[in-house]
Design a protein around this ligand. Sequence first.
Ligand code: HEM
Length: 319
Amino acid sequence: MWKAGSLVLLMMMTSTVSPAQDAADNAEKAIAAFEDVFGVTQGKRRNHTKGYCIEGEFRPVDATIRNYSTSSLFTGKSSVVARVSHKGGNNAAADDKFGHFGLAMEITTADGDLHIFNMNTEHFFPVPSPEAFTELMRAKATGKDAVAAFVAKSPELRAHKKYHAEIDKTLRPYEGATYNSINSFYLIDKTGQKSAIRFSFVPAGEHKIVLEPRQDFFLQNIQANLQAGEVAWNMIVTIANPDDPVNNPAALWTGEHHQITAAKFVVMSATTEADGQCDAINYDPLVLSDGFAPSEDRMLEARSLIYAIGVGKRLSEKD
Ligand code: HEM
């Protein structure tokens, strides 16, 4: 298994300047910026604060994915402890208004390997680097003028705003939304050959809103959908074309691509965080099963550091 932190350790051993120290500084600043923008809900995540747990099974679908990866995710049934959430640090985010969401999954394979997928519903990231994201959050904490100044100097953020202003804003429940990896990864085959990928989890059915929308109804909605039939997502893997920007999460991969429906995540139950097992999990995107590797996208390492600080803080605040 690829272990979170390995990248940072490697950088510390091979560099005379200290990118590891810079990354650690950025992580502290990123957490502080989230706390300044949203405030702190004691014992809760600083981002994606509102959410609940779902559990289920991860099942391989199209065996051609095994030509690209030796991961045991694709050879047998695995168990999943996942969390769905609203983006942002507002623990009272409204379920009855359009918003962006997250889906994070900790998967234990039949071989005992661990794998984390951690995605959101955006199509690409607003900025290309972790430092730029911290700067954007700082601007949000400072006020409107600072944000306007950031927008003026960031073509990526302008492109992100334009693209996401034009997407379908129909109200959907967590289970009716498509989640994207945003960052790229590598699949590794049995000869050691690497293929760059991105992936999405796409609802396998309609999974609509079946209850009267109100401030808090998403948990009851998925429970009603589970009663009525299957709730599941298909994992669609997109293999990179040679000219795709692998290390820039603010750049979309456009045009025709080879895609494989690699697996299906079937939900068995949904519970509050208090009743489920997801609350204490650190959904670190660098925890990867054998047969996967992180891309050189620096945001992955940054996320790993930030989430490690986040989990330490929130768990230490519990009664
Ligand atoms: C530098 C960029 C990013 C920063 C600073 C950041 C920051 C954070 C923070 C502070 C948390 C709370 C961690 C905790 O306390 O456990 C979090 C959680 C999360 N982030 Fe990010 N994030 C970044 C990029 C991304 C990207 C690219 C995605 C999606 C692909 C993403 C998806 C999520 C999700 C889904 C969660 C909640 C996971 C859960 O339910 O535990 N983040 N993020």
